[in-house]
Every structure is written in C-alpha cells, then in structure tokens.
Design a protein around this ligand. Structure first.
Ligand code: GLV
Length: 310
C-alpha cells in the first residue's frame, strides 16, 4: 500500500515547487499538497507522513494515522509542543543550513570589524575618509549552540584565527572550541566574548538564556537561532546604553511589527529571518533520503528528542 504523505507549505510558490519535485523523488507515495489551514484540516486524518512548514499544530490532534513528521526547517518548537499521536517520529532538517548561516555570521562580523557601514556611507557621499579598520583574527567568538550550524561557525572561525568559546547543553568537548561552557555558565560565557553568535533552539531551557546586559563593552551579538532566547527589552537597553551592537535575524514576534523599536535603534541591524533559507530542492532531497530510510525501517536522520526539545 502506498504511503499517504501530506505536504504543507503556506507559501504558494514553495508548495508548487514541492509539487513538481516530490513525485519524482517519492515514487509510489500518495502525495497530498495543502497550503491553507482549511485544506490541511480536510486531509490530515489521511496522512501517514507529514512534510511541513508551519502546519497549524492543533490539527495534529486529528492525525490518527500519522507515523512520522519531517519538518522543512531546523527549528521545531511548534512540533515539539504539537499533539502528535503516540509513537509518531519527528525529524528536523540537520546539516543543510550551516553553510548559509555561518556565512551570514561572518558577513556581519567582518562588516563590523572592517567598518563597512561607515565606509559605504562615506563612499555614497564621495567622502575620502580613511578609517582604521579592525580584524577578526585574535578576537574571541562565542558560539551558543553546537549542532551542525554552530559547528560550521566554529570551523570557519578557526580559519579566521579567532579564539572560540562554545556554549553547550551538556558538558562535552567541542571540536575547534578553545573553551566549553554549559548553560549554567551562560553569564561567564557572554561576558568574555567579543562576538557572540547564537544559534540556540527555543526550548524551556533556552528562553532568555543569553543576557545582552552581561556582554562586555563593544561586543557584537548576532542572533540566528530564535528570538525568545534573548530578552528583547534587555537587548534594547544594552544597545541604547552603547554597550553592544546587535544583528538580529530572529525575533520573539515575526514578522517584526512596524512599530518595534529594533527597526529604528542605531546599533541594531534587522534582517527578516533569512539567514538559513529552506531551499525546496535541497530540503526535498533531504526528505526523500529520509523517506527511503523510513520505508526500509532504518534510523532517520535529524531525529528530534521531544524531551530535549530539538
Ligand atoms: C528556520 O528558522 C528553521 O527553523 O529552519
């Protein structure tokens, strides 16, 4: 019997791309494509496998035949909290976003060190104003989170001759890290670094874990994980008092509301959650490889530990 796979994506273009790609990648599967809540609600009871982005979590209560959910992204806080049937497997995308996200982190660290915004501003006004640029070499980078994305940031940091501190959930050695801190040492970790790059997932243990007011004077905070891992009011205070600068790709509320002070605070760069793009061709291949494992009853890649939260 063909497995019934429900594919859900709210973005029409993305969904259309999946509808083109998946039939060739999953021969024999019965594919259902849904874009809206109503469409998903009409079909979820049929699904044995769900492949989704932002499928309204409460609908999983009706998914009585469901055996496996493959998320289209890396962060799965919504699915961890969803009423999945007992024994249903949950996998996330692991290993696809590291190159994009590490390049985003280095783009912004290098722009800061080499004073790129000031140089662009001068050039726009035809102003010949040489300034003293800095470098990343010899600076201390803190990487919060050490999954595949954090590890790629660390690997590249070593190529830039940075000292690397790593913040992890449970004590262990981390390849490339000069020092490793556990979550109870998050304050000491934050206070010691020149650049702090966070790729933390959102779990009960990481809410507000990074305290921007603990960072040292002149530090730069780059958040690519989840907005709520950093207290936004304290972040605003730390930037407003001139202690730190911040580059934020993720926010407690997305899209970031137009009236949010982050947009207009000097020292804060806002980007619209783009550092780790979910590229359908890449994610479809990842899903197809996992699908073959699922059919063969082999262990899946990117398996989420729902207790741990990611
Ligand atoms: C994006 O934020 C993702 O979780 O993949």
């Amino acid at each position: 019997m063909a497995l019934t796979v429900l594919v859900h994506a709210p973005n029409a273009e993305r969904l259309a791309t999946y509808a083109e790609l998946l039939p060739g990648l999953l021969p024999g599967a019965r594919l259902l494509f849904t874009q809206t809540r109503d469409e998903a609600a009409a079909h979820i009871h049929e699904a044995e496998v769900v492949f989704s982005w932002k499928l309204p979590a409460d609908l999983f209560a009706q998914a009585s035949r469901l055996r496996w959910v493959q998320a289209m992204g890396a962060g799965v806080e919504d699915l961890v909290a969803a009423p999945l049937p007992k024994g249903c497997l949950l996998t996330r995308v692991e290993g696809l976003f590291g190159s994009y996200m590490s390049e985003y982190a280095f783009l912004h660290m290098l722009a800061h060190a080499q004073r790129l915004p000031a140089i662009y501003a001068n050039a726009a006004q035809k102003r010949w104003a040489p300034c003293t640029i800095g470098k990343l070499g010899g600076k201390r980078l803190g990487v919060a989170g050490s999954g595949s994305i954090g590890m790629e940031v660390i690997r590249k940091a070593k190529a830039f001759d940075m000292e690397v501190w790593s913040l992890v959930r449970t004590a262990r050695s981390v390849t490339g890290a000069d020092r490793v801190f556990t979550m109870d040492q998050a304050g000491e970790f934050a206070a010691g670094v020149d650049y702090l790059v966070s790729v933390l997932p959102l779990t009960p243990a990481t809410i507000g874990l990074i305290d921007p007011l603990a960072l040292k004077q002149g530090a730069v905070l780059i958040n690519m994980g989840r907005g709520a891992t950093i207290d936004e009011r304290r972040l605003l205070a730390a930037v407003r008092e001139g202690r730190i600068e911040a580059v934020l790709d993720v926010f407690a509320t997305e899209p970031l509301p137009e009236e949010h002070p982050f947009w207009s605070t000097p020292g804060i760069t806002v980007t619209p959650h783009l550092s780790g793009p979910s590229v359908p061709a890449e994610v479809a291949d990842y899903f197809a490889a996992n699908f073959r494992r699922f059919v063969a009853a082999e262990p899946l890649v990117g398996l989420v530990d729902r207790q741990r939260g990611y």
